[in-house]
Design a protein around this ligand. Structure first.
Ligand SMILES: C[S@@+](CC[C@H](N)C(=O)[O-])C[C@H]1O[C@@H](n2cnc3c(N)ncnc32)[C@H](O)[C@@H]1O
Length: 249
């Protein structure tokens, strides 16, 4: 199991390969609403680091809202697309080792499951420590996580088939006890002459209990920690599908 677990954790390979389809897969996603929500949480303009910025969908909107945006992602192919959207300050790096000086950002964000790619609390501690380091005093860190409940009750045994522009997509999810989920995506890409090319992608996401994340943030001296049900300002519960954390340095 351990070996398989490691195999699924290759987020870099997964996102590099799926990059060319990513924005088609996400075309129904309301990134404007999402960016509006983040803007409401942050409430102050400043220098923002978007960790796991991917193809830059949130960064682009926040940039238009006059934030000074820097993006970081481990998958270079995702960043190439972000660059085409006019994002200039982007770096190809891992959030385990953030290549910026201490206390250089007013805000750090991580959107849309990026931190569900972290394997366990020990690794999350490494990531949070890096975030703490690059934040200025009073800086804000906000991020979302898919919950274990979402893996068990939404993703488990899920099969969804969709047709989008030039692809057919099959989404399959399986909950892996106690806290993870394997997501398989099969894409049939329409070629000329009625031919299709098949692509398979697989990734493992890891869920965390809300309290364990709060305790971890506290242990690293983050303060004023609040957790919302995603896209709302209601108090989060373990029975939400996605939750949004906000903390201050
Ligand atoms: C689901 S995508 C979200 C992308 C973007 N935030 C969005 O809202 O569309 C997760 C992103 O996290 C990135 N990622 C995963 N592990 C990472 C790591 N260790 N360091 C930096 N980025 C990582 C992936 O490459 C991918 O672009």
């Amino acid at each position: 199991m351990r070996k398989n677990f490691m195999k699924y954790l290759r987020a870099k390979d997964f996102f590099n390969k799926i990059a060319k389809f990513y924005d088609i897969l996400m075309q129904d996603m309301d990134y404007k609403e999402w960016a509006y929500y983040i803007d409401e949480i942050i409430k102050k303009k400043g220098k923002v680091l978007d960790l796991g910025c991917g193809t830059g969908n949130i960064s682009k909107i926040l940039k238009e809202k006059n934030y000074n945006i820097f993006g970081l992602d481990i998958a270079i192919n995702m960043l190439k697309i972000a660059k085409k959207k006019g994002l200039k300050n982007i770096v190809n790096a891992s959030f385990y080792k953030i290549p910026f000086k201490s206390e250089s950002f007013d805000i750090v964000i991580s959107i849309f499951d990026s931190l569900n790619n972290v394997k366990d609390l020990n690794e999350m501690k490494e990531v949070f420590s890096e975030i703490y380091r690059v934040l200025k005093i009073d800086g804000i860190f906000t991020f979302d996580l898919n919950t274990i409940y979402a893996f068990k009750s939404y993703w488990n045994n899920l099969i969804r088939v969709e047709e989008r522009s030039n692809i057919f997509v099959i989404w399959e999810g399986s909950y892996i006890s106690p806290n993870s989920c394997i997501l398989k995506i099969t894409i049939f890409q329409k070629l000329k002459n009625r031919l299709y090319k098949k692509h398979n992608f697989e990734i493992l996401e890891v869920g965390f209990h809300i309290d364990s994340i709060i305790q971890l943030l506290k242990s690293l001296n983050f303060r004023d920690i609040i957790v919302f049900e995603h896209l709302s300002f209601r108090k989060a519960s373990e029975k939400n599908y996605r939750v949004q954390f906000v903390a201050k340095k």
